[in-house]
Design a protein around this ligand. Structure first.
Ligand code: FMN
Length: 380
């Protein structure tokens, strides 16, 4: 069966990946209430069907922060994608480039910013603030030197949310012999993945952007525990001054869900924000991104670019978010599932699907230009 929808890529990824990686992608925090809300709140929004309009010409392109996008969509930063397919971030970045879309590289990616830049083009760079400011300065300098056009500063992860599935799968917490046996067993029972990651050029399995800062080990799990200890909870808006000393390009704040925080984002001088709850992976029980979006758009007006992510699983969802005021959407799991399902080819195919779904939604709502999408496209 050929994959046709994001749920099909999810199913393929479920079969191909060891449970510890599939559950890491698929899961959320605690009871996963927000994870479900992100999807369901988008599903229940009704588009308004309009007929008998000339829809021969469609304009799906947008310009934002000096970037031209083929459609209003980008790939959210997803950590450790190089464990879902060999050199996963490089593969996904190539697919994004071919589709004319931005790829945002996670701080905690397997491929370094330099490797992704060589493989595709300089990505948007996502920053987690670590305690070691000397290292942060160096890392921002590397992103700048690579030519990254936009910095995405993630602010909703002062510590990782509790993710029960990761404990159950052995992704976190299983150490020593127990951990080693669990990992070996999961690899042996998923030979296609093991071949891709260990034989066909998937190594090294380190976190390329932070490996020089980690003294105590070389396995991905060593990096994870190092990062858990090194995320900086003391961060405030003042720390943007530190970021700006090194970074003179556009800054997008990722992880805003509250209108007051959105106003502070404007005051802090950022050029954009991403309405996001980290895909339901942080504070469970908070509202969905799509429910938070309209109030944030009202609060900031045209002072900065407003994007959203969380629960976007189709091109129809993209049009719904645009109608509620987003300039563009980002997808996290959609591309991570596709990458896990079969690498770059599957990510390209999935992005093509989202594009044709967006076109269908535009034609059947009578919207011939994504830039004009507004609440009149919805049956509210
Ligand atoms: C497996 C996984 C890893 C993630 N890693 C990061 C990360 O390293 N940095 C970050 O800012 N967000 C990270 N996120 C959050 C995504 O950038 C994005 O906000 C979220 O996936 C959007 O929701 P969606 O998956 O429903 O599209 C991650 C999400 C997933 C699913």
């Amino acid at each position: 069966m050929k994959p046709a929808s994001v749920s099909d890529y999810r199913e393929r990824a479920r079969r191909r990946l060891p449970p510890m990686f599939f559950e890491y992608i698929d899961g959320g925090s605690y009871a996963e209430v927000t994870l479900k809300r992100n999807v369901e709140d988008l599903e229940v929004i009704a588009l308004r069907q309009r007929v008998m309009r000339d829809m021969t010409k469609l304009d799906m392109s947008v310009k934002t922060l000096g970037q031209s996008l083929e459609m209003p969509l980008g790939l959210s930063p997803v950590g450790m994608a190089g464990m879902y397919a060999r050199r996963g971030e490089a593969q996904a970045a190539r697919a994004a480039k071919a589709a004319g879309l931005p790829f945002c590289l996670s701080t905690v990616s397997v491929c370094s910013v330099e490797e992704v830049t060589r493989a595709a083009t300089a990505p948007w760079f996502q920053l987690y603030m670590l305690k070691d400011r000397g290292y942060m300065r160096e890392l921002l300098g590397r992103a700048k030197a690579a030519g990254c056009p936009v910095l995405v500063f993630t602010v909703d992860l002062p510590l990782p949310g509790a993710r029960y599935r990761d404990v159950r799968s052995g992704f976190t917490g299983a150490t020593g012999l127990e951990g080693a046996l669990n990992t070996a067993w999961q690899g042996m029972t998923h030979p296609e993945w093991s071949w891709d990651l260990f034989v066909a050029g998937g190594r090294p399995h380190t976190l390329g952007n932070v490996q020089d800062a980690v003294k105590e080990g070389r396995r991905v799990t060593d990096f994870l525990s190092w990062i858990a200890r090194n995320f900086d909870r003391s961060v405030t808006w003042k720390d943007l001054d530190f970021v700006r000393e090194v970074w003179d390009g556009p800054i997008v704040i990722k992880g805003v869900l509250d209108a007051d925080d959105a106003r502070d984002t404007v005051k802090a001088g950022a050029q954009g924000l991403i309405v996001s709850n980290h895909g339901g992976r942080q504070l469970d029980g908070v509202k969905s991104s799509i429910a938070a979006l309209p109030r944030i758009v009202d609060a900031v007006g045209s002072d900065l670019e407003v994007y959203m992510d969380g629960g976007v699983r189709s091109g129809l969802d993209v049009l719904k978010a645009l109608s509620l005021g987003a300039k563009a959407c980002f997808v996290g799991r959609a591309w991570a599932y596709a990458l896990g399902a079969g690498g770059e080819a599957m990510v390209s195919r999935m992005l093509g699907t989202l594009k044709s779904e967006l076109a269908t939604a535009m034609i059947l709502t009578g919207c011939d230009d994504v830039k004009s999408a507004g609440p009149e496209l919805l049956d509210l």
